[in-house]
Design a protein around this ligand. Structure first.
Ligand code: PGA
Length: 257
């Protein structure tokens, strides 16, 4: 049985003050919910991590970063290491988000190094994979996913991948208001699970959690969660408000009841 995971990717939103406010609000509202054991993860910007970690003490909400660098320390101006994130209170790290691939030169090779660094520092990597609109229209979706997974997971054994989460995020659905239909998402999640089976084995593939991301909202989470291979969501825009993110967690909990 895979445990549902709902993560909020705050992207480059929220000052420290706003992040404290949002995480306090979420802590209060989520505490009232019967979350059915769902893993809830907040991923604020680097600057707010320590403060949000303070807020989350004595709550079961988990903390994640949005990226990391693979070296522990060194002359790498502007970068933050997995070791530093762990010290700041993180237990998760988003890796290979499409915005990093699109705007900051992230490649499967750098994704792979980052996953290894995360695992070496007790962080659960959330590996993001997904196709652009152009790739979908050219019927290259499955090839892109195979490329992202095969190369992103290079050199990782079964024990390693069992400590990871995969997030399927079709780039055309991120921040656009266009969600993949539950059937479209399920088709790809099924494909990813089958690919993991081929890369590892059936038991491993069945245990890995695969989240969906791309315009997830309170209105569409229930239908997505009803799909057999969708184990949660990576939420951007709707994670920036207490009401919408709480609603998403609540609706996900209702589906798994
Ligand atoms: P969105 O972002 O929910 O705003 O589409 C999702 C993501 O980029 O992780």
């Amino acid at each position: 049985m895979r445990k549902t995971i709902i993560a909020g990717n705050w992207k480059m939103y929220k000052t420290i003050k706003e992040a404290i406010e949002l995480s306090n609000g979420l802590k209060r509202e989520l505490f009232k919910l019967d979350k059915q054991g769902i893993d809830v993860v907040l991923c604020p910007p680097f600057t707010a991590l320590s403060e949000v970690a303070e807020v989350l003490v004595e709550s079961d909400i988990l903390l994640g970063a949005q990226d990391l660098y693979w070296q522990d320390e060194g002359a790498f101006t502007g970068e933050v290491s997995a070791k530093m994130l762990q010290e700041a209170g993180c237990t998760f790290a988003i890796i290979g988000h499409s915005e990093r691939r699109q705007f900051f030169g992230e490649t499967n090779a750098t994704v792979n190094k980052k996953i290894k660094a995360a695992l070496a520092n007790a962080l659960t990597p959330i590996l993001c994979v997904g196709e652009t609109l152009k790739e979908r229209e050219a019927k290259e979706t499955f090839d892109v996913l195979e490329d992202h997974l095969h190369n992103g997971l290079d050199g990782l054994n079964k024990e390693d991948v069992l400590r990871m989460v995969v997030a399927y995020e079709p780039v055309w659905a991120i921040g656009t208001g266009k969600t993949a239909t539950p059937e479209q998402a399920q088709e790809v999640h099924g494909y990813i699970r089958d690919l993991l089976r081929k890369l590892y084995d059936k038991e491993t593939a069945l245990q890995i959690r695969i989240q969906y991301g791309g315009s997830v909202k309170p209105e569409n989470i229930s239908a997505l969660m009803q799909q057999p291979d969708i184990d949660g969501a990576l939420v951007g825009g709707a994670s920036l408000q207490v009401v919408s993110f709480t609603d998403i967690v609540k609706k996900a909990a209702e589906v798994i009841k």
